[in-house]
Design a protein around this ligand. Structure first.
Ligand code: MN
Length: 140
């Protein structure tokens, strides 16, 4: 198995989801940081400067959208790509995530078979294929 050195901040309040993501990524060598709400995520992101943030959009207190907006407004964290984790497949939800500053989406429940390669694409600065496949939706 290929191993990676990058740091990934996982922002997810649902324990089973978080455990699953950890179980898939940890054996690949990533350094994982965990946050369960937006405030914690913003603190960790500015202190630890992860290479990538996986952002659940449905979080307690502050939504993943708002958390992402704040990360993008702060010059300390604005360069870190944020990938939305969402069960919502509606175009409006996805548009809202893009408008908030997310680089793309990964659908939940995650497909453990393709999840690692989906993630790699964001490190290589290539947007998610889904994002490319529907460019008209992101032209606004
Ligand atoms: Mn959630």
């Amino acid at each position: 198995m290929e191993t990676h050195q990058e740091t990934i901040l996982i922002v997810e309040d649902n324990l089973p989801n978080r455990k699953l993501i950890e179980a898939v990524l940890r054996p690949r060598g990533y350094h994982l940081l965990l946050a369960t709400n937006g405030i914690e995520a913003i603190e960790m992101a500015s202190q630890e400067k992860p290479d990538l943030i996986l952002m659940d959009l449905q979080l307690p207190m502050m939504s993943g959208y708002e958390t992402t907006r704040r990360l993008k407004k702060d010059s300390n964290t604005s360069c870190i790509p944020v990938v939305a984790l969402t069960a919502h497949v509606m175009t409006e939800d996805r548009q809202q995530a893009i408008d908030s500053g997310c680089a793309g989406f990964i659908a939940k429940p995650i497909n453990t078979r393709v999840f690692p390669s989906d993630i790699r694409q964001y490190f290589q600065n290539n947007p998610h294929p889904e994002y490319i496949a529907d460019p008209g939706k992101h032209a606004l």
